[in-house]
Design a protein around this ligand. Structure first.
Ligand SMILES: *[C@@H]1O[C@H](CO)[C@@H](O)[C@H](O)[C@H]1NC(C)=O
Ligand SMILES: *[C@@H]1O[C@H](CO)[C@@H](O)[C@H](O)[C@H]1NC(C)=O
Length: 329
């Protein structure tokens, strides 16, 4: 009894601390019980879930939809293991999460979208979505964030191709991938955004760090601090950037597309206040991510910018996979 109460207090204190650290506000979970009968469930059979924060004022009819990330499971063994985590079961998800950055409800922290309806859809089936797409008003414009854009791992393309092939087979994903892509390529390849982005008619904004810390998460020292990478590792990282930019270029020119490719060593940059908008946030061409995305969304200014290679820009935050995971809680 006493132990239970202690645990509750501890959890409350930790939640409060995280809220203070992230400058966010708490948003409670909603379980979608009615989806169970339709077979739309998490890996362990629990109902899907989301966190919803209602819009207000002029933003009451606008929607910001965030699809939570979390990679994939590629076979029965890895899916079973995942079912025992928050990425495979709504029973294990935090009841309350902190909304900050592009999800913040304060004009100071999120000037262009603060009063919109904001929803974070939790990811728990191991394959359906992976945080690539976040939609600012899905009817009109879409913006992408995150590392899985143009994904290639340092282990090489063939490894990731095989891996996606397994994901497709395990989950029967082929029928849900865009036909415009599966008619041309193996379905596993249609997980690569450079193979589908051209078919998306809705204007896109791409936010991605050219040095994605997730891609090198197995390099223990290096993943926490780029300064600790060996020169051979740095060479691989620079080659990764080159490949990434090649894939981005393969989309061809577009006047409606925006992109913000900074030379930061980061994985997620829009959902955390320190990288989205603060006095000391990363800047590219003198512009924060929040300003670039807002200007693009409201047609105030085009933004298509790629930073020079590391270590040219000093405005980056050394953000890594662990601290992003902590913030998702
Ligand atoms: C499942 O996938 C993992 C990760 O790729 C791999 O290590 C493992 O051998 C696979 N297991 C089976 C049974 O195929
Ligand atoms: C690097 O940061 C500075 C300071 O914020 C910024 O003005 C500059 O545009 C950035 N460099 C590039 C190449 O964008």
């Amino acid at each position: 009894m006493v132990k239970g109460a202690m645990q509750l207090w501890l959890r409350a204190i930790i939640t409060l601390l995280i809220l203070i650290i992230t400058e966010g506000h708490p948003v409670d979970i909603t379980y979608l019980q009615s989806a169970v009968a339709k077979g739309a469930v998490c890996l362990d059979g629990s109902p899907p879930a989301y966190h919803f924060d209602k819009g207000f004022g002029a933003g009451v009819n606008n929607w910001f939809i965030q699809l939570e990330g979390g990679a994939w499971c590629n076979n029965a063994t890895t899916c079973l293991a995942r079912a025992k985590t928050r990425l495979g079961s709504s029973k294990l998800m935090a009841k309350t999460v902190s909304f900050s950055g592009i999800l913040s409800n304060k004009a100071k922290f999120n000037p262009d979208f603060y009063n919109w309806n904001r929803i974070r859809i939790r990811y728990c089936d191991g394959a359906s979505f992976t945080g690539d797409v976040q939609a600012v008003d899905p009817k009109t414009k879409v913006y992408y964030r995150g590392a899985r854009i143009f994904l290639k791992t340092v282990a090489g393309t063939s490894h990731i191709e095989q891996y996606y092939g397994e994901v497709v087979n395990t989950h029967g994903s082929a029928k849900n991938l865009p036909q415009s892509c599966t008619s041309r390529l193996k379905p596993g390849l249609c997980f690569f955004p450079q193979n589908v982005a051209q078919q998306i008619k809705t204007p896109l904004f791409l936010v991605n760090a050219a040095y994605d810390s997730w891609q090198i998460k197995n390099w223990h020292n290096c993943k926490l601090d780029i300064l600790k990478c060996s020169s051979a590792q740095l060479q691989t990282i620079q080659a990764f950037r080159t490949e990434f930019l090649k894939a981005l270029n393969s989309l061809g020119p577009s006047s409606t597309r925006g992109y913000y490719i900074n030379s930061c060593y980061a994985h997620c940059q829009t959902g955390t206040q320190e990288t989205w908008l603060r006095d000391d946030s990363p800047k590219l061409a003198g512009t924060t991510i929040a300003k670039a995305v807002g200007d693009w969304y409201y047609d105030r200014k085009r933004f298509q910018s790629i930073d020079c290679p590391y270590p040219c820009n000093k405005t980056c935050k050394n953000r890594n996979f662990e601290s992003d995971a902590r913030r998702i809680i």
